[in-house]
Design a protein around this ligand. Structure first.
Ligand code: NI
Length: 136
């Protein structure tokens, strides 16, 4: 029987959304405050959903302590209190938008947990703006 379990986590990070080939005006128009040349921060919140078979012996889909530790080591330690554009290699040439950060977190966690689990990541850039990958 497959069940979904969820773990909440968060990190704080700075970013700037900007397209190299565009004029300053075009960048400001598209990205607004997120185009601030001096960067700005967000308190990102994540809902990590993990779907898997319930183990008949433990009764667990996944040990939540293990999930918590994986999120901490692979995601929070990589992104927390970082300038995403400068300090996270994946965003050297890719805009660190909510969507792209969400895809990165998904890639990291799906890889870490393996194929027996289906991972979905919902990432809140603000309490009202959030995205989810994979899209259902
Ligand atoms: Ni922003």
């Amino acid at each position: 029987m497959k069940v979904a379990v969820f773990r909440k986590a968060h990190f704080n990070a700075a970013h700037r959304l900007h397209v190299e080939g565009w004029s300053d005006e075009q960048n400001r128009e598209e990205f607004g405050k997120c185009n601030n040349p001096h960067y700005h921060g967000h308190n990102y919140a994540m809902d990590i959903k993990v779907v898997g078979e319930v183990d008949p012996i433990t009764g667990y889909v996944i040990d939540m302590k293990y999930l918590k530790d994986i999120i901490k080591e692979k995601v929070e330690d990589k992104l927390d209190h970082k300038n995403l554009n400068i300090e996270v290699p994946e965003f050297k040439t890719v805009n660190p938008s909510c969507e792209n950060i969400c895809i990165l977190i998904h890639t990291i966690l799906q890889e870490a947990l393996g194929k027996k689990y289906e991972v979905t990541v919902r990432l809140y850039e603000t309490p009202r703006n959030y995205c989810e990958y994979p899209a259902s």
